[in-house]
Design a binder for this molecule. Structure first.
Ligand code: MD6
Ligand code: FE
Length: 217
């Protein structure tokens, strides 16, 4: 099983183009991952991870929190961005410099200069957690890209088309991978398949995903 022998080896980072306006930056966040995970733990002390309720009344299997000026939330009244955490009534924690720096440099690397995210949604997946196919369309304008960072256990990202029924590509995202998408790909359907159980030295039994967005005007 050579796979096991090399399981802890990280290849050199490289960029893979997925669509006209989407780039998969393999390993881009690998070296900053431990700082990112520490910063996320700090954020979660102020704004705890919670499983939100969809407008349809279902509890999401991924637990979420946010940092930055705006945070994405859902409850029975709908999906939206808020300046305050509905659970604590406080502002969302500030976006730490190490997160902002990673997001802007990944966007730059993918050809999007001047990315200025005002929101970072933090998703935590435990074994069995998933996210069904959806479009990200709660942002004020779609001209900015989204930067998505994967930490911890690997997970299969479903990268679909502009219609819900388009058959999605299945991309195995690893610890430290970053996907940047925007432009013509900004409204593609996407989701993640259920997380398989495992252990990662930085995150333990979970996968954490960060999505940076320009959500407000
Ligand atoms: C996830 N990601 O990877 C879920 N959305 O856990 C998303 O929903 C997502 O990765 C917009 C852009 C990139 C993403
Ligand atoms: Fe999304």
């Amino acid at each position: 099983m050579t796979g096991d022998l090399f399981a802890t080896h990280q290849d050199e980072p490289y960029a893979e183009r997925l669509g006209d306006c989407t780039v998969w930056l393999h390993g881009f966040a690998y070296n900053s991952a431990s700082a990112l995970v520490r910063a996320i733990e700090e954020i979660a002390r102020e704004a705890p991870f919670r499983q939100m309720i969809t407008p349809g009344g279902f509890r999401m299997s991924a637990a979420m929190t946010n940092c930055g000026r705006l945070g994405w939330v859902t409850d029975r009244t709908g999906y939206r961005y808020t300046e305050h955490d509905p659970q604590t009534a406080r502002r969302w924690p500030e976006m730490p410099d190490c997160l902002l720096e990673l997001a802007t440099s990944a966007a730059q690397e993918a050809g999007y200069s001047g990315f200025a995210p005002d929101a970072c949604l933090i998703n935590r997946y435990l074994p069995g957690s998933r996210m069904s196919l959806h479009q990200d369309k709660n942002e004020e304008d779609y001209s900015a890209p989204i930067v998505s960072v994967s930490l911890g256990l690997p997970m299969v990202f479903q990268f679909g088309g502009m219609a819900r029924n388009d058959k999605p590509a299945r991309l195995p995202l690893s610890h430290g991978d970053v996907v940047v998408w925007g432009g013509a790909d900004r409204l593609r359907y996407h989701g993640v398949s259920p997380l398989k159980s495992g252990y990662h030295e930085l995150t333990g039994d979970c996968r954490i995903n960060l999505t940076f967005r320009k959500a407000g005007a």
